[in-house]
Design a binder for this molecule. Structure first.
Ligand SMILES: C[S@@+](CC[C@H](N)C(=O)[O-])C[C@H]1O[C@@H](n2cnc3c(N)ncnc32)[C@H](O)[C@@H]1O
Length: 291
């Protein structure tokens, strides 16, 4: 109990980031990937405020914010679907779920899976209320979790304790990891990897925006970086300069196998919106399983 209180006091408050969930939640809705219940006035307002920025980016970079959000969202959905259908995953833990409709949609398609959503306490409470209106059922739950808590009731460890270790399990994070400096998020990745080892199969899926300094639209990436930082009152650092560096980092953090996916590889199969230049986001599927 004492250690819970100590860790609760020491983890930084990153709730300033939560505003971004309102915007992404609205993007999923306006592209037909969500339900009206997931839309908030703040999301609608952010979409209006960002409309000129999106128009500018389409003109100069051939893709706007929605393009990259949709690419990551749809490829993550695809990777999770494969894990459920081909690997037999039955437990999904979506950390920093925000106003994502993923749990609601996946459970409609795969009613046998258990789905835990987690976010900072205020966002988790809001999401729980929202899901209650959709009557999502007892196998779909929402918990407060702060990824920066190494231990205690709001830690990743505590979240995983709610699950059955015999079942294959995937943790997913979307739109989260680039809000933290690399050493901070690597400590989280290490905790995710060690936490997943208790399951009969343990997987992790995430998006990641790397630091591709030679990208033709790099100056617009730096612009987007400042924009996200402005809205969320913090930094939005890019991580790793190459796919090879991502592989090496994930291995060091405790994952046995890592796949790094470029959304362009799914242009023909998933009907993704296309960017005129090279893509900017990577989707990662890693696991902690033996060969
Ligand atoms: C950009 S939103 C992404 C939401 C959703 N995954 C999506 O893609 O639409 C970032 C989310 O991270 C959550 N978040 C911020 N700091 C966090 C932390 N320390 N632990 C857990 N979640 C956090 C925010 O509350 C917010 O819901």
């Amino acid at each position: 109990m004492t250690s819970d209180i100590r860790s609760a006091q020491s983890a930084p408050d990153t709730s300033r980031i939560s505003i971004s969930a309102h915007y992404t939640g609205y993007v999923w809705y306006r592209h037909g990937l969500s339900e009206q219940q997931f839309v908030t006035p703040a999301g609608r307002f952010a979409a209006l405020a960002l409309a000129p920025v999106n128009a500018f980016l389409r003109l100069v970079a051939g893709a706007d914010i929605d393009t990259f959000l949709l690419q990551r969202h749809q490829v993550i959905d695809h990777l999770l679907t494969e894990l459920i259908e081909k690997e037999g995953v039955t437990q999904v833990v979506e950390i920093a779920a925000g106003l994502s409709p993923r749990g609601y949609r996946l459970r409609q398609r795969f009613p046998h899976i258990r789905y835990l959503e987690a976010d900072l306490p205020a966002m988790a409470a809001r999401k729980a209320q929202l899901l209650a209106t959709l009557e999502t059922g007892p196998e779909h739950q929402v918990y407060a979790c702060n990824i920066l808590q190494p231990e205690g009731p709001e830690s990743i460890h505590s979240l995983l304790n709610k699950l059955n270790p015999v079942e294959k399990t995937v943790i997913v994070t979307e739109g989260l990891v680039n809000y933290f400096e690399l050493p901070v998020i690597r400590a989280v990745w290490s905790r995710i990897a060690s936490g997943l080892k208790r399951f009969s199969g343990g997987y992790y899926v995430t998006d990641l925006y790397p630091d591709f300094a030679d990208h033709p639209s790099y100056r617009y990436v730096k612009f987007a970086q400042k924009l996200v930082g402005f809205f969320t009152r913090g930094q939005w650092p890019l991580h790793y300069p190459s796919d090879d560096a991502i592989h090496a980092g994930f291995r060091q953090d405790g994952f046995s196998h890592t796949e790094v996916h470029d959304p362009a590889g799914f242009y023909d199969t998933l009907a993704l919106p296309r960017a005129r230049t090279r893509t900017l986001v990577r989707l990662i599927r890693a696991d902690v399983n033996d060969d």
